[in-house]
Every structure is written in C-alpha cells, then in structure tokens.
Design a protein around this ligand. Sequence first.
Ligand SMILES: *[C@@H]1O[C@H](CO)[C@@H](O)[C@H](O)[C@H]1NC(C)=O
Ligand SMILES: *[C@@H]1O[C@H](CO)[C@@H](O)[C@H](O)[C@H]1NC(C)=O
Ligand SMILES: *[C@@H]1O[C@H](CO)[C@@H](O)[C@H](O)[C@H]1NC(C)=O
Ligand SMILES: *[C@@H]1O[C@H](CO)[C@@H](O)[C@H](O)[C@H]1NC(C)=O
Ligand SMILES: *[C@@H]1O[C@H](CO)[C@@H](O)[C@H](O)[C@H]1NC(C)=O
Ligand SMILES: *[C@@H]1O[C@H](CO)[C@@H](O)[C@H](O)[C@H]1NC(C)=O
Length: 394
Amino acid sequence: MISIAWVLLSLIGFLGAIQLPPQTVLLDVPALSVLGNDATFRNITTPFNPTNTPTPFFQVWDERFLDILGPNPRVRIIAQGSDAFEFAHEAPIWDPIEDQVFFASANLGPPRGNVNANTTNNDVFVIKLKDVKDIPGPQNITWTKVPINPPVQVVNGGTPFGDKLLFVGNGRGNLPPTVTLVNPRPPFNSTTLLDNFHGRQFNSLDDVRVHPKSKAIFFTDTKYGFFGGFRPEPMVPNQVYRFDPVTREVHVVADNFVMTNGITFSPDGNTAYVSDTGACAGCFDGIYNTTEPSTIYAYDVDPQTQRFLNRRTFLWADTGIPDGFQADSNGNIYASTSDGVQVYDPTGILLGKIFIGSNSANNVFAGNGRMVIMAETKIVLVEFAANGSLVELT
Ligand SMILES: *[C@@H]1O[C@H](CO)[C@@H](O)[C@H](O)[C@H]1NC(C)=O
Ligand SMILES: *[C@@H]1O[C@H](CO)[C@@H](O)[C@H](O)[C@H]1NC(C)=O
Ligand SMILES: *[C@@H]1O[C@H](CO)[C@@H](O)[C@H](O)[C@H]1NC(C)=O
Ligand SMILES: *[C@@H]1O[C@H](CO)[C@@H](O)[C@H](O)[C@H]1NC(C)=O
Ligand SMILES: *[C@@H]1O[C@H](CO)[C@@H](O)[C@H](O)[C@H]1NC(C)=O
Ligand SMILES: *[C@@H]1O[C@H](CO)[C@@H](O)[C@H](O)[C@H]1NC(C)=O
C-alpha cells in the first residue's frame, strides 16, 4: 500500500522542496548503506545520529513514519531529575480518568549504585499530564510518590487491569516476586494475586500484559534481580507465564530465552511479542555483550490454548536492548531502546525513531496522539498522530 504521506512527499520532492514537519529529520537511507573503508564505524554504546541533530527529535527511516507523526508532531522533556537517580525507569500506566501516568523508579534508590539494594524498595510515582505547560523546550513538572499499601517489592512492569493498576514486582532479598493489583485512588491499597508457581518462587518478574480478548494475565520472569544483587540465585528458567486471574491457574507459554524482558500483544491479540535482552545480562556489572540477543520475537497466540507458537525474529535493535514496548492501534511496535523509542511496522521494518539519544526502558501511550517515555533521569512527552491500543481504568 502506498501511503498518503509518501505520495505527498514524492509530489513535493518532485517539485523540488520536501517540507518536513517540525523536529523531524529524514535520513538518506540509501546513502548510509556504504560508509567506505575510511569511515568510523560505530559500536553499540553510541546512538546513531548521522545528522548530528540536537535531541530530542524524530528520525525518519521510512517515509511511512510521517503518517505516524502527522503534520504537527512535538517531542519535549517534561520532567527531569538528577543524574544520580533513575526516577523514571519502568512500568508506566496511563490513567485516562485523571489523565495521569504511574511509573516506577530504578530499584537501586538514590544514590545510584547503592549495593545494599536488599534493604531499599523502589518507588512508584505519578505525574499529572495537565501540569504540562504549552511552551516549547524542556520543563519540569512535579512527580509525587504513590504510597502503595502494602508495598509491591521492586515494581518493574505494569499495565491497566479494569479499573485497577496491575503491577509485577521483582521481589527483593527473600521477599517473593509478585503479581499485584493496586487501587489507583487513595488509600492505594494493594492485593497480591500470585507469588509462586506451585510453591516455588519466581526469579524476578519483569513485565506484564493482559490479553485483549481472554483478559488472562501474561508475564515474563527473568534473572535480572540476581544479576542486580538483590535476589537469590535463580531457581527457574527465564520464561513467559499465563495466569488466569479468576481460577488462579498458571502455566508456562514460552521458554528458551537468554534474558526474558518486555511483552505485548497486537491489538487483536493474535500475535504476542517478547524481548530477549541477553546482551544486557551483565549490564549491572557494566558489561554489554554485543553478541547476545537484543531481540524481540513474535509468536502466534494459539486461539484455543493461548500458548505462544511459531516463534520468529521480529527485530534486532541496533542500540542497547529493546526493553519495554507496546503496540499502537494499527499494530506498529514502539520499543524503548538506548537511543529512545524505535518504531517498527507489523512486519518488523524500522519506520523511525523518537530519538532521545539516551536510554529508555519503557513507554506508554497516553490515549490518542500522545506517548509518555520513561527515559531514566527524565520523562519525555510525544504528541503525534498515533493512537494507543491499551486503554482501561474505566
Ligand atoms: C565505542 O565507542 C566509544 C565512542 O567512540 C569509545 O569511547 C569506546 O572505546 C568504543 N568501544 C569499543 C569497545 O570499541
Ligand atoms: C525538577 O523538580 C524536582 C522536584 O520536583 C527537582 O528535584 C529536580 O531537581 C528538578 N529538576 C531540575 C533539572 O531542576
Ligand atoms: C541480597 O539478598 C540475596 C538473597 O537473600 C543475597 O544472596 C545477597 O547476598 C543479598 N545482598 C546484599 C547486598 O545484602
Ligand atoms: C481496596 O480496598 C477496597 C475496600 O476494602 C476493596 O474493595 C478493593 O478491592 C481494594 N483494592 C485492591 C486493589 O486491593
Ligand atoms: C559474550 O557472549 C558470548 C556468547 O555467550 C561469549 O562467548 C563471550 O565470552 C561473551 N563476552 C563477554 C565479554 O562476556
Ligand atoms: C487516532 O484517533 C483519532 C481520534 O482521537 C482519530 O481521528 C485518528 O484517525 C486516529 N488515528 C489513527 C492512526 O488511527
């Protein structure tokens, strides 16, 4: 299918002047395919910004990305902490009723590198998008701590579940990883739905999604808590589980990962995506292994059993790891990586990047036309033409 933007662009290009929306750079992809013997080739630590454009901006790899951006896209920093504390790390959930976003900090607590992470839980915070001012450039809206009671240990993944927040926690020391529902309103009471598999603890639950049709809960379990020094030696493989919130039945639907990480479904629920971020198994020790996976796999979701079938490589990310990710209403995938958010079509072709130039671990649509990006020491707001596919808390 030839997109409208492509036709318009070709027309304008034919007339001699390509008019791009603001903050947008169109890469000359054919010209980048041969850099030459004398070129400086990059390594994984450096985001690929061949035009040296000041961040943040939209980097277009495929002209279909212009349809996603629309005529008036905007990308801005809306909150910024100190460099010593990754306050905006993971588990973003948009609450349409209050137009606010819940999210979790990194689990090492201020200051970064606190080895005694066993004694420190991370924090869940909330920002109100109505606090964002209509001004250009960076701003710093307030985030406040959510006093979840009882607390979830090291929240790392989150998604809406009916009118509640559904979090998965890594666990901490010998306190088990959990799947926990949280009331998004005061008194922020929580109820744990699952903390074991037939009596055995999980390693560290990483991310979670609800299947759009069956409403079953799918979550990933990984070994990062052990590598981070705040969980005991792993006792089960890196796997993906299906959990029925009504019957509480739980079983494995996918295995064979170096390091399980993010998970999401296509809007119709027929395709599941799971990332393997084995390249970052050593990241807590500052070791990034470029020969291990930095990959999202796609699966068919069996219509009867909902087991994950026919695994195939969906994408391999060029910068950092595809950590958390989500689908838009058309099934495009928005993967948080070490240069910002990379956007892929449903066949796994890179359309473009929301280029921040530094790490993002996750992102969430805030309804139609808005995305909130967790960028560790800052939060980035994107306004564009794409719409989310996950909206609950009704
Ligand atoms: C990767 O590139 C950065 C920046 O050019 C450089 O400092 C670093 O030494 C490089 N690392 C390797 C392993 O080549
Ligand atoms: C943003 O505000 C927070 C308090 O809400 C403050 O801790 C932080 O230092 C501010 N960031 C900057 C860059 O001023
Ligand atoms: C944290 O707890 C784990 C599991 O109990 C233990 O193996 C590890 O040594 C502890 N680390 C610290 C820094 O206390
Ligand atoms: C919070 O408490 C209310 C009142 O007891 C209860 O109805 C609700 O289910 C609780 N929510 C959670 C997530 O625990
Ligand atoms: C990276 O992973 C490969 C494959 O597992 C292994 O052979 C190699 O030693 C690792 N490199 C580092 C630096 O850990
Ligand atoms: C997004 O939703 C708006 C309504 O809020 C609609 O006008 C627009 O067509 C939708 N965009 C896409 C790409 O589906």
